[in-house]
Design a binder for this molecule. Structure first.
Ligand SMILES: [Zn+2]
Ligand SMILES: [Zn+2]
Length: 139
């Protein structure tokens, strides 16, 4: 392969750790070896569906801050609430790839597939409160 799409050693935008490819049933994502942030390319599909196939241990980025630089196109990532009201993630304005901090992954997964536009049921509200409680414990 003469032209590689993926950079040789992409860096985590949050902590400058090494992003490592991780195959999932639906897509290949990149997971930071240090803070476990998950990078999903725009063409990998619905963010929540892809994220649901990724298992990482939530970890807080270390003191060494990354430059928030896109690991693909070097653009600067911008904060965005997923689907306007969801958990805050970082999106690249250049290639539309998404970086999910590992502490946000559970909330992203909880959004469910993008086709589901029904209002949250009481059970889902409970699930969200449980997630928040779990996150508070880990903070
Ligand atoms: Zn990282
Ligand atoms: Zn990009």
């Amino acid at each position: 392969m003469s032209e590689q799409y993926r950079l040789a050693s992409p860096q985590c935008p949050l902590c400058a750790g090494l992003l490592q490819e991780r195959p999932t049933p639906g897509a290949v994502v990149d997971v930071c070896a240090d803070c476990h942030a998950v990078w999903i390319d725009w063409f990998d599909g619905d963010v929540s569906s892809v994220a649901s196939a990724v298992e990482v241990r939530p970890a807080v980025p270390q003191a060494r801050p990354g430059a928030r630089t896109c690991p693909r196109c070097r653009d600067t990532l911008a904060p965005e609430h997923l689907r306007g009201h969801g958990p805050e993630i970082l999106r690249c304005p250049g290639c539309a790839g998404v970086l999910i901090p590992s502490t946000m992954l559970a909330e992203v997964v909880a959004l469910g597939p993008i086709e589901d536009t029904s209002p949250p049921t009481p059970e889902e509200g409970l699930f969200r409160r449980m997630l928040n409680a779990i996150r508070a414990l880990g903070a």
